[in-house]
Structure formats: structure tokens, C-alpha cells
Design a protein around this ligand. Structure first.
Ligand SMILES: [Mg+2]
Length: 430
């Protein structure tokens, strides 16, 4: 295949250019998200979730022969951190990491994570990831420090297997594709501006995108006082009145409140028919999260900071979250994310994975969303990488006029990085 610069033109999308219209039924889909009435007793729910956690995810049976990992390299160019895994038999997989995080975490990748995989059979990926967390006491660094490097390696290994089996990533961790396209919504991430300015910015973006779904920020983030004072209480009704009854609106507090503060904010959101309420209290205030959920009808979403499968088990079994938002990188890759999605599904909950904006995160998220049965009706789009030259044969990776993006169907990630770019990368060493 010949590669040209034209084919590998980098994307120059703006946030406004990709947000899009959604079916009006999406609002109903959120309102119907089960919140209360969990199945069975708590012990029965835990037993069910534990059985789910024992079920295999990776389609190992597709690969009858050992695939021994010969090298795990970390490449760097233009602040892009790229992982290249090669097998002894000459197979190769590539992943693009979350470069914003990898810029500070790459020594952990090189010294503590990558060496563990050398010489291992990649088909054991499902066991290798938990083993790598125990190796060298890496679990003491649980959080982004180990999960981002592990996700980066897992994505490269899955890319390699996808190319070997001529399957997209999704069909290495699921029997079927449920969502060949992904509906997107647009978010405003600003705080410390007035309610009126927030409305202006939302109107500006919606005028460009004709979006039918929006999300904005509440409170001051992680218990910091909000500025201007009273912004959230003013904004919640104002956004509804400005954008009308058909707009799908949700809001994210990023852990701004105590439970006592969060509940009246949630009641105001209910009054104005908001779709979901994200991180009302700090992400690791589990009992308080449940207390807020119990006091409200609006679905509570959360989990983008959560590092622990066991904590997600508690949150879904006890009704803390109606929508799980595990991050594809921060939670350590697709296999761990699938465990959370399956647990949520068993409890009648939805999954809207979180993804940060660097690298090609949205592409990994699209593959994941495509193969879960309990995906939420729409997902945040966080601009494609504007530095990396890449090409996708099976999708424009852009939102169509009806607000959906087609998930790539090519082998592995389905996105190729310009080989010239890869050649010019520096190979990092420990
Ligand atoms: Mg959030």
C-alpha cells in the first residue's frame, strides 16, 4: 500500500464541527435508565457480579498458537507517545497513548510495566494485566500511574491480534457489534464564567453544530467554591429555557458538592428534565454518591476517575451509579472496562465510557462502545488528534449530518499511522 501525505492529512476538526443532531428518542432512553429496583438481594447481586468477573473476555480461541512478545517499545515524536509491540513471529501492533498523561508516566511504563510483558504469551493478556499490577508491587501505584501504561500496552497487543485475525478490536472482546455507529454530543467544559457567558458559548457552538444534546459544568470542581457564586442554580433553568424542551441536557459537577449540597441541585435538574447528573460528589465518596442517588430520580453518572473494579462492583450492586463512565486509559484498557460494562449491564445500568482528548482516545472508545449492549444513547466527542498523521480506510472518523460517526471496521484499531512519522520517532529507553 502506498502512503501519501494527502491520505495522512491530520484532522483539523473543531469541537463545534463534530457535535451533532441526535434522535429525540435519546432523551427517553436516558429517562428510562433504571435507577432503583435492583434485582435480588445484595448478596445475590454480588454473587452475580462475581460470576461475571470470572467470565473470560478476550477471544483467546481465535489464536491456537503461542504469540510470544519479543519487544514492547515506546516511541516519541511531537509529544505523541506511541507503543509498538512485536511478536517473535513478526506480528506487530501499534497504539497511541494518552500523551498528556504519558508525558509524566513514561518512566513507569519503561521501568515497571513494559519489561514484564517480554517473553510472555500475548494470548494470556487477560491474566497478564492483573499479574503486571502485582509484579514489582505496582498495585501500590494503582491509578493513572499504572493503568495508563497498561492500557497503552493492551491496545497495542489487541491491535496486533486484530491484524492477525483480520478483526476490529471490538470483535476480540465481544461476540457482536451492537453499535456500528456512535451518536455524539457536545460539551462545554468552562467554569469561572458567568451563567450568561456559558449560555452564549453554548449557543455559539450549537448554532454551528445544530446539536440536539449538550452538557455543561456545575459547581467549582472537587469541592472548590464555584465562581461566580450561584452560577449553577442560575444556569440549570436558564439552559433549559434557552434551548427548549427537545434539547437533551446533562451536567457534570466533577465532585463539587457534599451530598447535602448535591441533592437540591439534582432536584433542580429533575425539575428541568435533565438527562443525567455526573459526579455530584467526589468520585471516591461512595456512600455519599449512593445517598444522592437514593434521594433523586435523575440518573447519577460517574466513574471517570475510578481506578478499582471492586469499587465499581460496590457502586453498581448498591445503586450508587445508573451510568458507569470508566475511562479507557485511566481504568487500564478494554478488558477491565468490559468487566465494568458487563457488571453494569447485569444490574440494568448504562455505560458511557469517559475518554480524554489526547492521542486517538476517541477511536478506542468507539470500538468499545460498538461492542457493548448497554451503551448510553450518545457519547462525548473530544476532537481527534491534530498532530498525528493517520488514515482510516473504513470511516471518515467524522460526524455525519445526522450526528453519528461510523466505527472503523478494519483490522485492529482500523487506523494506520503514517510509517514515515513512525520512522522518525525517537525510541525511548529506560
Ligand atoms: Mg466528567
Amino acid at each position: 500500500m502506498s502512503f501519501t501525505r494527502r491520505r495522512f492529512m491530520t484532522s483539523a476538526l473543531t469541537g463545534g464541527a463534530i457535535a451533532a443532531a441526535l434522535p429525540t428518542s435519546a432523551f427517553g432512553q436516558f429517562l428510562n435508565a433504571p435507577r432503583h429496583g435492583l434485582p435480588g438481594s445484595l448478596n445475590e447481586r454480588y454473587a452475580k457480579l462475581d460470576a461475571i468477573l470470572r467470565e473470560p473476555i478476550f477471544k483467546r480461541s481465535l489464536f491456537p498458537d503461542p504469540v510470544i512478545i519479543e519487544s514492547v517499545e515506546l516511541l516519541l515524536r511531537d509529544k505523541q507517545y506511541i507503543c509498538r509491540v512485536r511478536s517473535k513471529d513478526g506480528h506487530e501492533g501499534i497504539s497511541v497513548s494518552n500523551s498528556q498523561q504519558m508525558e509524566v508516566l513514561y518512566p513507569i511504563f519503561l521501568k515497571r510495566i513494559a519489561p514484564f510483558f517480554i517473553g510472555k504469551d500475548a494470548r494470556d493478556i487477560e491474566d497478564l494485566i492483573p499479574a503486571a499490577t502485582v509484579n514489582e508491587n505496582n498495585y501500590k501505584s494503582q491509578g493513572l500511574a499504572i493503568w495508563v501504561p497498561l492500557a497503552t500496552i493492551e491496545f497495542a497487543i489487541l491491535d496486533m491480534f486484530g491484524k492477525m485475525a483480520n478483526r476490529p478490536l471490538s470483535l476480540l472482546i465481544s461476540d457482536k457489534v451492537y453499535n456500528p455507529t456512535i451518536s455524539v454530543y457536545q460539551a462545554n467544559g468552562e467554569r469561572d464564567i458567568t451563567a450568561e457567558e456559558t449560555i452564549e458559548h453554548l449557543q455559539r457552538d450549537v448554532a454551528i453544530s445544530h446539536a440536539k444534546a449538550i452538557k455543561f459544568k456545575l459547581g467549582g470542581r472537587m469541592s472548590h467554591p464555584e465562581f461566580p457564586v450561584g452560577r449553577s442554580k442560575k444556569l440549570i433553568p436558564m439552559v433549559r429555557k434557552t434551548f427548549g424542551d427537545q434539547m437533551i441536557i446533562s451536567a457534570d459537577a466533577n465532585g463539587s458538592y457534599t451530598a447535602e449540597e448535591a441533592i437540591p441541585i439534582g432536584k433542580l435538574m429533575q425539575e428541568y428534565k435533565y438527562a443525567f447528573y455526573e459526579e455530584p460528589v467526589r468520585f471516591d465518596w461512595y456512600e455519599e454518591t449512593k445517598r444522592v442517588a437514593d434521594a433523586l430520580e435523575i440518573p447519577i453518572a460517574g466513574g471517570e476517575q475510578e481506578p478499582s473494579t471492586h469499587n465499581f462492583r460496590w457502586l453498581v450492586a448498591n445503586g450508587g451509579l445508573s451510568i458507569v463512565q470508566q475511562d479507557m486509559f485511566y481504568f487500564g484498557g478494554m478488558i477491565r472496562c468490559m468487566q465494568v460494562a458487563r457488571m453494569a449491564h447485569a444490574m440494568g445500568k448504562q455505560c458511557i465510557p469517559h475518554i480524554s482528548s489526547t492521542g486517538l482516545g476517541y477511536v478506542y472508545m468507539m470500538h468499545f462502545v460498538s461492542c457493548i449492549p448497554n451503551s448510553g444513547p450518545y457519547h462525548e466527542f473530544k476532537e481527534f488528534n491534530n498532530v498525528l498523521p493517520y488514515h482510516c480506510e473504513t470511516s471518515t472518523l467524522r460526524s455525519s449530518e445526522d450526528g453519528v460517526i461510523k466505527v472503523p471496521t478494519g483490522p485492529g484499531l482500523g487506523v494506520e499511522i503514517d510509517p514515515d512519522f513512525l520512522k522518525k520517532c525517537k525510541v525511548l529507553t529506560a
